[in-house]
Design a protein around this ligand. Structure first.
Ligand code: ZN
Length: 276
């Protein structure tokens, strides 16, 4: 078994955690802190250029753990769903250009005015099915990320890992899951679902759940500051065969986003050693 705790090789930073830096500075800052992986977002890559992004990642021996993000397949009109499919194909191509390990998909919520959650879920399935062959051709695995059920209305109608895995079962090769502790820690079926996922876990995201939490989107905590059993969940994903990075993904309007990213990286390194 690998020693995650003292081994920085398995620590990665999601760009959003240090978003006040542009991507180039993020890559250089992570390298300087001894961090070996980064999860870039589309806007950062667009600003730097995919080719330059890939060159910089390579120059710093940095793994692009996952590309954030695609998805948002739901829409009231067919034209909107078609536009989402085209946009996701572009995201697949960008992810491949950058050399990312996978493309994260956040499903999308209910279309405005709709009360049909089953219909929205069907749109998500159809959307992923419509991009799956493009992704296979590009050799870009798709990672469906279930989000906390409080976000089902406006962001993601895929709420549990089992639900994401049902989609994987249906859609076949090249489709796996993103396990983000923030979204799944509460699930009584989590342990069994992680075992079921096995090597279909394509990326693993860590942060913490603060009590009380002010906001589901932008009030994530630093690992160790909340109530998530990080060691316990990590043991589950390792047992399932996951052998990749722990991506620190912290959206934090009231705390971590207000700090110097270099300081944030130092705290991530310390907490990775002590609690992740
Ligand atoms: Zn995540």
């Amino acid at each position: 078994m690998r020693d995650f705790t003292n081994d920085l090789r398995w620590l990665a930073i999601n760009s959003a955690t240090i978003k006040s830096w542009p991507l180039q500075q993020q890559i250089e800052g992570c390298a300087q802190a001894g961090i070996t992986g980064i999860a870039p977002w589309r806007d950062g890559v667009a600003a730097l250029g995919p080719k330059r992004s890939r060159e910089l990642l390579r120059a710093h021996d940095m793994t692009a753990t996952c590309y954030c993000r695609g998805g948002m397949f739901t829409a009231a009109e067919a034209a909107g769903r078609k536009a989402a499919i085209e946009d996701n194909k572009r995201a697949i191509d960008e992810a491949a250009e950058v050399g990312a390990r996978c493309l994260v998909l956040v499903a999308g919520g209910l279309p405005p005015g709709s009360k049909d959650i089953a219909g929205a879920r069907a749109q998500v399935r159809d959307g992923i099915a419509a991009i799956a062959s493009h992704a296979r051709t590009a050799r870009m695995p798709l990672a469906i990320e279930p989000l906390h059920p409080m976000t089902a209305a406006d962001r993601c109608v895929v709420s549990t890992l089992d639900q994401a895995l049902d989609l994987c079962d249906e859609l076949g090769d090249g489709v796996g899951v993103a396990v983000d502790v923030y979204h799944v820690w509460w699930d009584p079926a989590l342990k069994a679902a992680i075992a079921r996922a096995g090597t279909r876990i394509l990326t693993y995201h860590v942060c913490d759940w603060l009590v009380p939490t002010a906001d589901l989107v932008a009030d994530r905590g630093m690992m160790g500051d909340g109530i998530i059993d990080l060691r316990g969940i990590r043991a589950m994903v390792e047992a399932a065969g996951y052998a990749g990075h722990c991506d620190v993904e912290i959206f934090s309007a009231r705390n971590w986003w207000t700090r110097d990213p270099a300081e944030v990286l130092q705290v991530c390194v310390e907490r990775h050693r002590s609690v992740v």
